[in-house]
Structure formats: structure tokens, C-alpha cells
Design a protein around this ligand. Structure first.
Ligand code: NAP
Length: 256
């Protein structure tokens, strides 16, 4: 075991997969993992140019970084990414299930397609990537899985029944998998951001934004760079004894 705090926080020699790492919160997470020394595969669904730009920036930090196209709704895509990570960097140590989407409506107007799409991307995608990454982690008897859920998975949110159900599902999934693999040196935790300025929240009207801001004790939205450090910490040896937890990073919103 490393002797000082810096060594415990270092991810040098580790390999990480960040789904949806090309933009938004995923990009900030990938940057923080790279700063700690991890080699990375960042996946994207359709936005290859943003992912390529992110990978270029990450390589400038002195780590290996590749992009991979993968739809998290497709198990085969995720198995290919895991194999690619093993072949390129020799291991799969860290998985960050970050890819996600919303498709909001009041439940009476919510289409079955919008329900399925949001459940499949957020919840099923987290399951499929976890299943693919666990095999090499179990073999190595070391692994870190960090699932990005949301404050609305804890509190609920009118107009987001599909999204909050998927994100609540991720919290239950996190705890169950944590129990299954606790004895194998693998930890599984979740991070629940509050409202963060990304493309996902850019579509909210000014009125909705003001309404949400009024409920946040810190009276402001979060920045992507404020979500990333806890993910890097949970991925490190310093967090070896933490598993099955959901860490809220939301300016106090979950308490209101
Ligand atoms: P974002 O800017 O909209 O980025 C979403 C990312 O997910 C993109 O990289 C996108 O890939 C990827 N993605 C979406 N569907 C995918 C699919 N089917 N397969 C593979 N990748 C897919 O969102 P964000 O705000 O950074 O959100 C990141 C995570 O944080 C999500 O899980 C979200 O639910 C969660 N979160 C966000 C907030 C917030 O306020 N922003 C709050 C709580 C939780 P492409 O670039 O290729 O499209």
C-alpha cells in the first residue's frame, strides 16, 4: 500500500473507461482522472469531433487516451470497448458510467418511447457497461466503478418520472453490485450531481432555471469541474474502504 496521501490518490498505471467522456460532466471527469495519471478510453455515441478534441487535450496531460464509439444501449459495443482498453493499456481498472440523457414530460404525456429511451440509456447502459468491465476487474481482484446518478433519483422531480426512476434505479444497482463484489477488491459507488451547467440543462427556460436556482441552498448551479474531483477520489486507493455509497454533489439541494 502507498505510504503517503499523494500516492494513495495517484491513478498512475491505472486504466479507465469514461462513457460519454467527450463533453459535459464526463469530459471534466476524464480530465480529473488524467490529471491523477490514469490512461483513458472515452466513449461517445455520435459526437466524434468533441471526443477527439477532448482526447487531444487529455494526451497533452501526459497520459494515453483513445476515443471509442459506443452506444451504451448495446452490450456488444461495451464489450468491444472493454477489450480495446485491455489491449491498449493492459487492464480495465476504473469504469465511470457517465453517459446519460433526459426526455422530459409529465407522466400522463410521457410516451413509451421516451420512457424506454431514458431507462435504456441511463439504467440499462450502466448495467451493460458494469457487466462487461467486471470480468477483468474480478480477475485482477481490483476495480472501481463509479455510477453517475442524479439528485432527482433521490428527491424525484415533476416532469422527469422516467429520468428520476432510472437514476433511483442506479442507486439500488450500485448498492447491489457493491455487495456482490465487495470481497473481490472492487468498490462500486454513485455520485449524484445537482443541477450542473451542461448541454443537458442548457435547454431549460430562464424561468425554470430561476425556479431551480431558488431551491439550491448555495444559490447557484454547479460547474462540471465541481463534480469530477469526488469521482477521482472514489477511483483511488484512498477510497479503498468506501463502497455502495451515493455521494451528493449538489450545493445542498438534496436537503431541501
Ligand atoms: P451532456 O452534456 O448531455 O452529455 C451526455 C453524454 O452522454 C454525451 O457525452 C453523450 O455522447 C453521452 N450519451 C448520451 N446517450 C448515449 C448513448 N446512448 N450511448 C453512449 N453515450 C451516450 O450531459 P451531462 O450533463 O454532462 O450529464 C452527464 C451525466 O451526469 C449523465 O448521466 C446525467 O444524467 C448526469 N447528471 C447531469 C446533471 C446536470 O445538471 N447536467 C445533473 C445530474 C446528473 P455524445 O457526445 O456522443 O452525444
Amino acid at each position: 500500500m502507498a505510504e503517503n496521501e499523494n500516492e494513495l490518490l495517484s491513478l498512475r498505471g491505472r486504466s479507465a473507461i469514461v462513457t460519454g467522456g467527450g463533453r459535459g460532466i464526463g469530459r471534466a471527469i476524464a480530465t480529473e482522472l488524467a490529471r491523477a495519471g490514469a490512461n483513458l478510453i472515452i466513449t461517445y455515441r455520435s459526437n466524434s469531433s468533441l471526443a477527439d478534441a477532448a482526447a487531444h487535450e487529455l494526451r497533452a496531460l501526459g497520459v494515453g487516451c483513445q476515443t471509442a464509439q459506443a452506444d451504451v444501449r448495446e452490450g456488444g459495443d461495451l464489450e468491444r470497448v472493454v477489450k480495446e482498453c485491455q489491449q491498449t493499456f493492459g487492464s480495465v481498472d476504473i469504469l465511470v458510467n457517465n453517459a446519460g440523457m433526459t426526455n422530459d414530460n409529465l407522466v400522463m404525456r410521457l410516451s413509451e418511447e421516451a420512457w424506454d429511451e431514458v431507462m435504456d440509456t441511463n439504467l440499462r447502459g450502466t448495467f451493460l457497461a458494469t457487466k462487461a468491465a467486471l470480468r477483468p476487474m474480478v480477475r485482477a481482484r481490483w476495480g472501481r466503478i463509479i455510477n453517475i446518478t442524479s439528485v432527482v433519483g433521490v428527491t424525484g422531480n415533476a416532469g422527469q418520472a422516467n429520468y428520476s426512476a432510472a437514476k433511483a434505479g442506479i442507486i439500488g444497482f450500485t448498492r447491489s453490485v457493491a455487495l456482490e463484489v465487495a470481497s473481490r477488491g472492487i468498490t462500486v459507488n454513485a455520485v449524484a450531481p445537482g443541477f450542473v451547467q451542461t448541454d443537458m440543462t442548457a435547454g431549460l427556460s430562464d424561468e425554470q432555471k430561476e425556479l431551480i436556482k431558488g431551491r439550491i441552498p448555495m444559490d447557484r448551479y454547479g460547474e462540471t469541474g465541481e463534480i469530477a474531483p469526488i469521482v477521482a477520489f472514489l477511483a483511488s486507493d484512498a477510497a479503498a474502504y468506501i463502497t455502495g455509497q451515493t455521494v451528493n454533489v449538489d450545493g445542498g439541494l438534496v436537503m431541501t
